[in-house]
Design a protein around this ligand. Structure first.
Ligand code: Q46
Ligand code: ZN
Ligand code: ZN
Length: 307
């Protein structure tokens, strides 16, 4: 296996590109893919202030690394979820990376700053924890960015994540979610622009990128992921990709280019109907209190919260 660029020994092959790369040229390839995604979808300008949502995992640390190399002023925000045996370690990985590169890291702790943790939220809602977790992340990254004057929030969703979410949305014909599934969610009343610069890179590529760049990421998966439907969708998509390399990319990019516009009206209508939450001022479609403030209220009245 030889590098497509220099013909030296390759360390990774990417079947959907029908190409293999040595370490240096693989890093260049990843940068090019990010540059292309940013350019194609007009994600951000070099002059803008970027807040990267970092978790200590491979995707978010690789994203921070790539954006910094591409000379974006990217600062990190880590959100402590209060998950035993997981959150402490993820914070250590994030801090270690930030200090090794001299990058600015901000930290918010759900338990200390907002009065509840994800395990408590899961037990009061009697639902899978990922629902409350996703809601809290979206809310807190957006409000931090808005309150501190960032132009854009960048998240580490990669091609595999987007393909799995898309498959889930298509299986249930979630037309509202399909309208909002896009690599860029524009600025709107109370919402800071959200972008996914890793959309052209897969999970395996992000792990390889971290190894090559010496980024010590958290390998262990979140113990609360069990029951998360997306893991099953990823398995199905991997089997498809194995049989026909490029299937995931065709699925996701075909949707973005040709099908997403068909669903965007419902997302636009939803945005037009936004009001402001009476408690925190965040945008909401669900009445006087936003979904995050309602979750916080419920969690505060739960006996687990006092433990
Ligand atoms: S952290 Fe949160 Fe994930 Fe854990 S509880 Fe689910 S959503 S799995 S990316
Ligand atoms: Zn090479
Ligand atoms: Zn609120």
């Amino acid at each position: 296996m030889k590098c497509r660029v220099c013909r030296g020994p390759a360390v990774i092959d990417i079947r959907r590109h029908n190409a293999a790369f040595c370490g240096d040229h693989f890093v260049t390839h990843c940068r090019e893919q990010v540059k292309r995604a940013v350019h194609e979808h007009k994600m951000m300008d070099p002059a803008e202030r970027v807040l990267v949502a970092v978790s200590g995992g491979k995707d978010s640390l690789a994203l921070w690394d790539l954006l910094t190399d591409l000379e974006y002023a990217a600062e990190g925000l880590y959100l402590g979820l209060g998950i035993d045996g997981y959150s402490d370690e993820s914070l250590q990985h994030t801090r270690a990376y930030a200090s090794s590169r001299g990058l600015k890291l901000h930290e918010v702790d759900l338990g200390q700053d907002d009065g509840f943790t994800i395990p408590v939220a899961a037990s009061v809602t009697h639902r899978a924890p990922c629902g409350a977790c996703g809601l809290s992340k979206r809310h807190l990254f957006n409000s931090f960015a808005r309150d501190h004057g960032y132009d854009v929030v960048a998240t580490g969703h990669n091609l595999d994540d987007e393909a799995a979410v898309l498959l889930g949305n298509v299986l249930r014909w979630e037309t509202g979610y399909l309208g909002r599934q896009h690599p860029v969610l524009p600025t709107a009343l109370g919402f800071v622009r959200k972008v996914k610069p890793l959309i052209r890179l897969g999970e395996r590529e992000m792990a390889a990128y971290c190894v090559i760049r010496g980024i010590d990421y958290q390998v262990e998966e979140c113990p609360m992921a069990e029951g998360n439907r997306h893991l099953g969708y990823k398995e199905v998509l991997n089997a498809l990709e194995d049989r026909s390399p490029g299937a995931k990319a065709a699925f996701v990019f075909g949707f973005i280019d040709r099908a997403h516009p068909l669903f965007s009206t419902s997302a636009d209508e939803e945005r037009a109907a936004l009001g402001a939450c009476e408690s925190c001022g965040s945008p909401t479609t669900t009445g006087s209190l936003c979904a995050f403030c309602r979750l916080q209220e419920r969690a505060a009245s739960a006996p687990e919260a006092a433990e």
